[in-house]
Design a protein around this ligand. Sequence first.
Ligand code: PDD
Length: 285
Amino acid sequence: MSRIAYVNGRYRPWRDATVHVEDRGYQFSDGVYEVCEVRGGRMVDERRHMARLERSLAALRIPMPMSPAALGVVMRETIRHNRVGDGIVYLQITRGVARRDHAFPPPGTAPAVVVTARSLDLSGNDALAARGVGVVTVPDNRWGRVDIKSIALLPNVLAKQAAREQGAREAWFVDRDGMVTEGSSSNAWIVTEDGRVVTRAADTAILRGITRDVLIGAISAEGLTFEERPFSVAEALAAREAFLTSASQIVMPVVQIDGKPVGRGRPGPVALALRQTFHRYAERG
Ligand code: PDD
């Protein structure tokens, strides 16, 4: 089946889905993005993703290219054109096309919008979750505003590649105090010996994951104790369980950190239960 992408007002065949050489996303990483889960052909938590998109754009002073409702229509059309049942839809907005100059382009320069969608292998992901994944740790050398979902992802790219090269699925960034901030494309969690579910507070040092937000609600509703604080790599290794969250992986058990087992080295019951129950708490479009 041929893929279709939305590019600046048009639905285009994959081979023609191109952007201008002076798109500021291409030249400066001057843009933001969102990744939204698609389940049964519907977007999950669209409202929250749109709200985060608006926050990211406002932080970078990029105007919304169209209303959230209109963007929603484009995303749904892209999902439909690509016949995605279970997968993800990707939205990217840059400051637009202009003669290369670091400062902002003239007022009125239209933001550039790209939307793509693709299927994910749900049963493959479930099989992975049943085994659990490994993570490696890397120093967090990112800028100070990673709460903005910007497309400037070079440290994340290098971190993910380091993980791959060590046979791991994800890299966890560690700050100067030895505390885990988050993964290269996911949030990081542990379950302590006494059963508290812990993740770092969403300040400017992590991206506030939508999956994270929804899961916090699910944790309380399921009668578990939630704690928002940093944790160290040593604490994660000594924890009963660890896991990561993102729109594409939902809740993924972490069974190894830097080659050492977490808990018994198997996916834990809390992570697996939260993975099971997650979609009861998420909003389906
Ligand atoms: N990544 N932290 C980082 C650095 C991320 O890139 C992501 C998402 C998350 C989790 O956010 P959410 O739960 O809203 O997906 C945390 C997306 C999926 C990506 O880059 O593909």
